[in-house]
Write a protein that binds this ligand. Sequence first.
Ligand code: HEC
Ligand code: HEC
Length: 491
Amino acid sequence: MKTLPRILCLKDRSFARLLQWKSLLIAATIFTVLIPAQVDVVRAEGQAQSTGFQSAHDPGVRTDAVDAGQPLANLQQTPGAMEFFTNGQARFAEVEIVQGGVNNGLGPRFNTNQCSSCHSQPNVGGSSPSASVYPFVGPNPETVVYNLDGATNTLPSFITPDGPAREVRFVNLLNSNGTVSSTPDGGVHDLFTIQGRSDAAGCTLAQPAFAQNLALGNIIFRIPTPIFGAGLIENIPDETILRNMQRSSAQKKSLGISGHPNRNGNDGTIARFGWKAQNKSLEVFAGEAYNVEMGITNELFPNERPSPDEELLTGLPASCKFNPTPEDKTNLLVATNADATAENAQVPSDTVQFAMFMRLLAPPLTSNAGIPGHPSAQSITNGNQNFINVGCALCHTTTLTTGTSSVVPALNRASANLFSDLLVHNMGTNLADGISQGGAGPDEFRTAPLWGLGQRIFSCTMGGRLICLMRLKSTRARALRPTESSRTSTI
Ligand code: HEC
Ligand code: HEC
């Protein structure tokens, strides 16, 4: 079978000068060894042979023991912390239904029915899974929920069992005659509705017009970003981010690298979560995801959520709204339980507990020791140095230090080895997705944190885009080509 060309599509106009082929190849090589990864590096065909550099190869997704998904170190030292972690983790994996059970509230519109479905590779808290790649978590969860319990949804063409879980946004609203208007939409259009489910009798609600918007080139996709180490990211002071932004300013200037924080509209401090650093905190993200991904109203987002176009018209039909709101709330009754701490953990809402779980999740660990059959420890060290030398670390800052923490010692003045400056950068028109969020414009994206990349299956080709690292011999990559290519240009 013909393999896909090895492509590195670099589109950041701000650092185009840095990326001559030679440095590109070094970076690609080092990048694989730095974060022994799924990443399929990445050289332009016909370019590599002339350089004399040892060619990089894709070591594949790391197949050593899965260490991601554990709680932060020494949680036991803080009474209650482990109980909150475990309780939050369990709620993060709960399967939601519409009504009549314990975990109610799903829909009317939704993408999947549990947080952990999209955040599961290589462990709960991660990103989109695969049934065929280590550790074989399972197929794209969206292909499992669409017809569950009698639901009558059809799968959009771009949702496939072996592809990534995708969240869909439409760039602009459509005119009544079906053409694309110049009015921004930008919002998430959930893939599915509860119509036909046995726990949603009487609800009639159509899915969005995906085929039409796809044909019009009016769709963009985002894939799940992992949450490991998110508590560290949350606790990095604004001043640290700003000081880091000023660092190496002459070098950045000479390379045309700029970047700025995406400030939160409510309190003006630096937002940092999501592809465009559009969300301020883990709790805000949890509340938003609960309503946007699953349709579950909560104390942060208390109203049922229609599609963006529906919101401008008459909203959701009453026949599809089954529960009092908010569907997730602080539990006024304390469950009787011999363990007082565990009892406390039952009181907060799911939203709060999702945030606690994410806050207490340990960061992924870099493989410093080398992996049998994969890059040696020496290669990894060399790669790390080259990654810095070639300029990747000017945006992908290796380490930022957290502030003092009121939560647990592990979050207190700790090194977050996240490989990100948490700023948004102008990636140029070819990578623009046409969506503005807060201070992040249509062509700006957060420097993607690279920790844990070695245990991820899907990356930039499906969501982030600076460097499109395509896996060879991959039906997955092939399957993604048609729809991604419109926005990732050279793939
Ligand atoms: C249908 C798939 C899906 C489900 C279900 C889902 N997420 Fe996500 N998650 C995503 C996507 C896609 C992104 C990136 C969104 C963006 O940046 O616009 C994301 C990003 C995040 C982030 C940001 C991490 C970072 O540093 O960028 C957090 C936090 C998060 N999700 C929490 C949750 C929680 C909590 C739940 C359950 C309430 C949940 N997610 C359910 C798809 C999902
Ligand atoms: C100008 C700042 C900047 C520089 C310099 C930079 N990156 Fe990035 N990188 C980004 C941004 C921003 C993204 C997210 C892109 C998007 O979402 O479209 C990203 C994404 C990535 C991703 C995808 C991660 C994911 O989660 O999917 C990889 C891998 C990556 N960069 C590696 C590198 C390497 C290797 C270098 C050095 C050759 C480098 N980057 C240099 C800003 C930068």
